[in-house]
Design a protein around this ligand. Structure first.
Ligand code: GLN
Length: 543
């Protein structure tokens, strides 16, 4: 039977609970255990799909088409286990289900309440589908004390009693701030946080304490005493040079050992973290570096591009180079010449995006890359804008545009209202339909033309990649664009939806309609990112 590890946070948000959970998952996996990670988000959105990346960072898409929290990306990258719809739940989704049941009359006249109905729904979610796992790690979003988090804390408290003894362990992640004027670390915020947790009936077994400097034994003892946690179970969590160092660092501090001890597990296999050591060696000793310009819209908030940044790091690992990123707000290119910004970079990447603002700047970036033969990687919106650019400037379709920006006579990119799902089922959409959950989402197959550069990169002509978009490049323009030099190298299996484009007469110019960054992992860098970084490394200016 699966054992449960509940990870909560306190003091402040953004302490890296998701990473800590993923790192613990990786350390347990390195001991040969099967782990599953799940995220319980207390906000009222049904899923993060409708949330602005400015507020919530990237929306991570799973193979089965769920729009989920970005922590699921960490989980996948660290454990290699593909996440699915059932790995992320929100208050919104729970209420949506409960209210639908209530309307159907399923509660048979009963009063529907937070306890037991909401908490039961949360518990059912936590317990479902875990037969094949040794450990299920459940991370609760937010911090202890948040009003909307209460039902979740209550649910995991109840589980502590309902699961057989010794099957649940609670980890609490907090911050130990250093106060320069006092020259001291302060344990009080952690004490208060644990007090809050205990007031709702949860005694943490393990404290994971973030601190920007070494925690002295005295402070560790104090935390142990005041928070009622064994001293060895107060685990320092220091800043790491790379997120991929975190599993090694937490393991060295004894996190997984303490977890096993809390469960009363003896004789567990030793952790084999050699693959983590290996990638850290590459990260710490790169043989060169490349600079990639990322021309996007949400460049102030790096979380909006979490998976993309990681996939670029993985591309660096594959080539043993450090990847420096230069973030450029695409709107800049609507007023200024891109040359001073782009002439010294080794590659240009236009990532996914939405809406008209900044789109002309992305088109300008694609044009600059194409004309100056700088490696160009267009992802989703970045492909669509590259196609609009090619239509305008290679094929001479002056007014080419996307219907995403309003009505146009030349919809080189247009809204798809119907497409084939696997198994021949049709998915349909209305232009005025709901925004939530209505994009083309999740894994779809694509077929790559034999002999194309992209087929060569994948080493295959059949691929499956994750999508999240509403608009499509219009296949009706294929002939015109191909004649002008932009090849539609990949399409949906029925040939209706363009999936990838490339320019043969260019060192590396590829656009993809899907999001390859979602499937890249440190141990299995995505072939497109590995190839793009290799091209950036080899790039020498031709003009
Ligand atoms: N806005 C575009 C669309 O909906 C691209 C989306 C994306 O880049 N993820 O099709």
């Amino acid at each position: 039977m699966a054992r449960y590890i509940f990870i909560t946070g306190g003091v402040v948000s953004s302490l890296g609970k998701g990473l800590a959970s993923a790192a613990l998952g990786a350390a347990l996996q390195a001991r040969g255990y099967k782990v599953r990670l799940r995220k319980l988000d207390p906000y009222l959105n049904v899923d993060p799909g409708t949330m602005s990346p400015y507020q919530h960072g990237e929306c991570y898409v799973t193979d089965d088409g769920a729009e989920t929290d970005l922590d699921l990306g960490h989980y996948e990258r660290f454990t290699g286990r593909p996440a699915n719809k059932q790995d992320n739940i929100t208050t919104g989704r729970i209420y949506q289900e409960i209210i639908a049941k209530e309307r159907r009359g399923d509660y048979l006249g009963g009063t529907v309440q937070v306890i037991p109905h909401v908490t039961d729904a949360i518990k059912n979610f936590v317990l479902e589908g875990n037969e094949d796992y040794d450990f299920v790690l459940c991370e609760i979003g937010g911090t202890v004390g948040d009003i909307e988090g209460l039902p979740f804390f209550e649910a995991i408290r109840q589980l502590g009693n309902e699961l057989p003894r010794g099957q649940a362990v609670y980890i609490h992640l907090t911050l130990l701030p250093y106060i320069p004027s006092a020259g001291e670390m302060k344990t009080k915020p952690t004490q208060h946080s644990v007090k809050e947790l205990r007031s709702i009936g949860i005694q943490p077994d393990i404290l994971l304490v973030r601190c920007d400097r070494k925690i002295p034994e005295t402070e560790r003892r104090k935390l142990s005493l005041f928070c009622n946690v064994r001293e060895q179970a107060v685990i320092p969590a220091y800043d790491a040079r790379s997120i991929y160092e975190v599993p090694l660092a937490y393991h060295a501090e004894g996190l997984d050992t303490q977890v096993l001890e809390a469960f009363g597990i003896t004789g567990a296999p030793a952790a084999d973290l050699s693959r983590w050591v290996k990638i850290n060696e590459i990260l710490q000793n790169p043989e060169g570096e490349v600079t990639i310009a990322v021309v996007g819209k949400y460049t102030v908030l790096k979380d909006a591009y979490k998976s993309l940044i990681e996939a670029l790091v993985h591309g660096g690992i594959a080539n043993k180079v450090k990847v420096n990123l230069e973030w450029i707000e695409s709107e800049v290119f609507e007023k200024e010449d891109p040359a001073p910004y782009l002439e010294n970079v080794n590659g240009i990447l236009v990532p996914g995006g939405f809406g008209e603002r900044g789109s002309e700047g992305k088109i300008a970036a694609a044009k600059y890359a194409r004309e100056n033969k700088i490696p160009y990687f267009g992802i989703c919106f970045g492909m669509q804008m590259a196609v609009v650019e090619a239509a305008r400037n290679m094929a001479g379709i002056k007014d080419a545009s996307s219907t995403e920006f309003g009505p146009t006579d030349v919809p080189v990119v247009g809204l798809m209202t119907e497409w084939e799902k696997e198994g021949g089922n049709k998915e349909t959409r209305r232009a005025d339909g709901d925004l939530g959950g209505t994009m083309r989402l999740g894994a779809y197959n694509a077929v790559l033309a034999q002999g194309s550069r992209i087929a060569d990169i994948y080493g295959s002509t059949e691929i499956s990649e994750r999508h999240r978009h509403r608009y499509e490049v219009n296949i009706g323009f294929r002939k015109q664009l191909e004649d002008a030099g932009l090849q539609f190298a990949g399409t949906s299996p029925d040939g209706v939806l363009p999936e990838t484009v490339e320019i043969a007469d260019h060192p590396w110019f590829i656009g993809v309609q899907y999001h390859p960054e979602l499937k890249s992992r440190p141990f299995e860098p995505h072939p497109l990112f590995a190839s793009f970084i290799a091209a950036a490394r080899d790039y020498s200016r031709l003009v």
